[in-house]
Ligand binder design. Structure first.
Ligand code: PHE
Length: 353
């Protein structure tokens, strides 16, 4: 074996290293030359048969070759590591000149905006704001409101029932209107009435609105199975239908910020009011000009309901109404499909921010 042969081993090692595309393949290539059974190792073993003099020169030459191979190996290791780092850096590169992702300010849902507005306007007219359960007893949703079981008026509302029965054996329902709040609110404040009577004071009035969610088996562009209502109730010694007209007209003009608005009280039927009326409004200008739109049911509270409140219908009279905030929101903002309220599409919602 000559120095030339060693040179060619070094050269083929260099080529093998250069051709190894990954660190694992490079280590395999290394084994061929300086591993336990590598070519250089084999040459070292072969020296055993040489004379002392020959061993010296031959050993030195093999060592030089081995060092050259190790140097080439280390160069290639470094090159592969550099390349890998390079790929990693490129992949994780941050473009610090990119603008940040803006956090847009949120906003209230259009129906919530309407609810707030309704509460504000009625509060300014001295109305309390009350909240009640959405899962109701049959008595509160119907019977207390002069609408007993099997009464045909029950079919006015396609009610959802719940799998839980009340004390009366009748299943609870998802309240189909906010009207149960009339009796609930009166019961919650009955002590106030009794105390006033005891002290010989003038009778306190009930003046309350109860906004909230309501449910009916109904679904199209203007009806959603979950919708909103706002109940209104004003009971006192001498509260008449005339007061209903004044209060509701005032409310509508304030809500729509327009005096250019006509109201119509169209005779109707509800078991819990007598007489009853549906309230329509008509815009005198703008895109809805001329059209009559129903916004509420209303009427003088039926004596049977006043009795169920625990009050004397000979002393307490007044009116109630139930209006649809979803409808009011559609009119105020020109929304044509109520289902948009519940889709959660930000392109719709951000318009109300
Ligand atoms: N509760 C009635 C409805 O949902 C509306 C209404 C409320 C009517 C109060 C009269 C008085 O249709």
């Amino acid at each position: 074996m000559t120095t030339n042969d060693l040179d060619s081993i070094v050269e083929s090692a260099r080529q093998a290293f250069a051709g190894a595309p990954t660190p694992a393949e490079l280590e395999n290539a290394k084994a061929l030359f300086i591993g336990k059974a590598g070519r250089i190792t084999e040459l070292m073993k072969g020296m055993a048969v040489l004379s002392v003099e020959e061993k010296k020169t031959r050993g030195a030459a093999i060592n030089t070759a081995k060092q050259a191979i190790e140097a080439a190996l280390n160069d290639r290791r470094q090159a592969l590591a550099d390349a890998e780092l390079d790929i990693q850096l490129k992949a994780e590169a941050l473009d610090v000149s990119l603008p940040g992702r803006l956090r847009e300010p949120g906003g209230l849902h259009p129906v919530s905006l309407t609810m707030e507005r309704i509460e504000l306007i009625f509060a300014s007219m001295g109305f309390d704001v009350a909240d009640g359960p959405e899962i109701e007893s049959d008595w509160h949703s119907f019977t207390s409101l002069n609408n007993p079981p099997n009464h045909p008026a029950r079919s006015m509302q396609d009610t959802f029932y719940v799998d839980i029965k009340g004390d009366d054996g009748i299943p609870y329902n998802l309240r189909p209107h906010t009207s149960p709040m009339q009796v609930r609110y009166a019961h919650a404040h009955i002590k106030k009435f009794a105390d006033a009577v005891k002290r010989g004071e003038p009778m306190p009035e009930i003046r309350v609105i109860a906004p909230g969610r309501t449910y009916r088996v109904d679904s199209d562009a203007t009806h959603s199975p979950m919708f909103h209502q706002c109940e209104g109730l004003w009971l006192g010694e001498n509260v008449s239908f005339k007061d209903l007209k004044v209060v509701f007209t005032d409310f509508c003009r304030t809500f729509f910020e327009s005096d250019d608005l006509a109201l119509r009280f169209r005779p109707s039927f509800f078991p819990f009011t007598e007489p009853s009326a549906e309230i329509d409004i008509q815009f005198q200008s703008g895109p809805l000009s001329g059209k009559w739109l129903e916004v509420a049911g209303s009427g003088q509270v039926h004596p049977a309901v006043v009795r169920n409140m625990g009050l004397d219908p000979e002393k307490y009279i007044g009116f109630a109404f139930g209006m649809g905030p979803d409808r009011l929101t559609m009119l105020r903002y020109g929304v044509n499909d109520l289902r948009l309220y519940f889709d959660g599409d930000v392109r719709f919602l951000r318009q109300f921010r």
